[in-house]
Ligand binder design. Structure first.
Ligand SMILES: Nc1ncnc2c1ncn2[C@@H]1O[C@H](COP(=O)(O)OP(=O)(O)OP(=O)(O)O)[C@@H](O)[C@H]1O
Ligand SMILES: [Mg+2]
Length: 407
């Protein structure tokens, strides 16, 4: 702080006392001298303080102005809706060419595109001080522009005011949208690729099995029929994936559940024999035929039986029981004596790509859940580590019969 005020007034007091001593012969070191000098020092000190404060305020204002003028964003300093200062980009935002017209004026007077009422509200909004507010403004030609408005409390000169920064984030938003679109497309592509690989692997396994059998026994025509039907399944699966965007329609036809299950078990015969696995079946007598999508249900049973077999690397028994829970419901359970599923893994079963297998895609159960759901049934997994797993599928016959009436 420069002590111009203090020094001047103290000098004045000394000069005055000296003058009095010379011309009137008064003693120099009087009480009055000390009192006047002290008062002069006090007034001078206050004067210097005020001058310093005014200087600092001016410097603070100038500092803000300098900073704001160099920044590319639209920036405005305002108090109670009145413009105190603004930079060139903000001037363009309110379609003005001269700062003098804007400064000291109410912001309200400049409402008009692109400074819409909505944008003005965001500028004056207290919430924009805690976190930036995003605003979308549609121009007359339908183009959307996006702005991010953030405000801060500042000391401008000696006033408590708001400083608002308005960023045009239209390009950033567009970039994010394109990136998101691209990553969604990539994720979908990856999911589809994994899905196709998974779905096709099952029929390919059975085809290769039957071709091995054909090599041993060349006159077994039934094997050729199975290979043909499995190839047709592959064809159907590829077709299904090509139409993945459309929901998978269930092709309901009256089916005997026992026959469907036996067809799947026949496909796995070679594997079960090689791995010392016995499949036992128990069907309640007088089970009605019901309307199922045979291919889809075969896929369910194949996925579940494969899971059970994979859970018993040293062999064991798989028990299939089909019963009528009550007149309206059929219950199919597949029980194995495999390694079981840890408790914490049970709730996430059916989520895509959850697998504990080296070559698993983790889509098998998800597909089962989806297919059973589309048949208006439910699928439940109970399991205990080292004891085994039971999958229970319940299918409502009434709904199936209703469908039957409609077919
Ligand atoms: N019967 C079962 N016994 C033990 N664990 C099982 C059983 N069924 C499913 N699991 C567990 O659930 C996981 C997910 O099964 P899912 O069938 O969805 O995928 P996956 O078998 O790993 O691979 P894939 O897509 O080839 O079927 C398995 O990796 C396995 O850890
Ligand atoms: Mg599986």
């Amino acid at each position: 702080m420069r002590k111009v005020g203090q020094l001047s007034l103290i000098s004045l007091s000394i000069a005055f006392t000296t003058y009095q001593k010379i011309w009137s012969g008064h003693p120099f070191w009087t009480f009055d001298f000390f009192l006047f000098t002290f008062i002069a020092w006090l007034i001078g000190w206050h004067y210097d303080k005020i001058r310093e404060f005014a200087k600092q305020s001016k410097a603070n204002e100038e500092g803000y102005k300098l900073l704001i003028d160099t920044l590319p964003e639209s920036i405005l300093i305002h108090q109670n809706g009145k413009i105190l200062y603004l930079n060139q980009p903000f001037l363009q935002l309110i379609n003005l060419s001269s700062m003098d017209v804007a400064i000291g004026n109410e912001l309200n007077n400049f409402v008009g595109p692109p400074l819409t009422k909505q944008l003005l509200n965001a500028i004056l909004l207290e919430e924009s001080k805690s976190k930036p507010v995003d605003i979308e403004i549609k121009s007359k030609n339908g183009m959307a522009c996006f702005y991010e408005v953030s405000s801060y409390d500042i000391k401008y000169g000696n006033k408590d005011v708001s400083l608002t920064v308005i960023k045009d984030i239209t390009l950033k938003k567009e970039e994010i949208r394109i990136l998101l679109q691209r990553s969604e497309a990539l994720a979908l592509l990856g999911q589809m690729a994994a899905g196709i690989a998974h779905e096709i692997r099952n029929p390919l396994t059975s085809i290769s099995g039957f071709i091995q059998l054909l090599q041993v026994n060349q006159h077994e025509n039934q094997y050729i029929a199975i290979v043909e039907s499995e190839l047709e399944r592959i064809n159907n699966i590829v077709g299904d994936f090509l139409h993945l965007s459309k929901p998978k329609e269930v092709d309901l036809k009256e089916q005997n559940i026992e026959h469907v299950l036996k067809e799947v078990i026949a496909l796995l015969n070679l594997k079960t024999e090689n791995h010392n696995i016995q499949i036992t079946e128990e069907y309640e007598s007088d089970l009605p035929d019901f309307y199922l999508d045979k291919n889809q249900m075969k896929q369910v049973f194949l996925n579940l039986l494969k899971n059970s077999m994979e859970a018993m690397p040293n062999g064991g028994q798989i028990m299939i029981v089909v019963s009528r829970m009550h007149p309206e419901q059929v219950l199919i359970t597949i029980k194995d004596e495999g390694v079981g599923i840890p408790k914490e893994q049970l709730p996430i079963l059916g989520q895509p790509f959850i697998t504990t297998k080296e070559n698993g895609t983790g889509l098998g159960l998800l597909i089962c859940y989806k297919i059973i759901e589309s048949h208006k049934g439910t699928l439940k997994v109970d399991s205990k580590v080292n004891q085994g797993t039971t999958v229970s599928i319940s299918m409502p016959i009434s709904i199936i019969n209703e469908r039957k009436l409609n077919v």
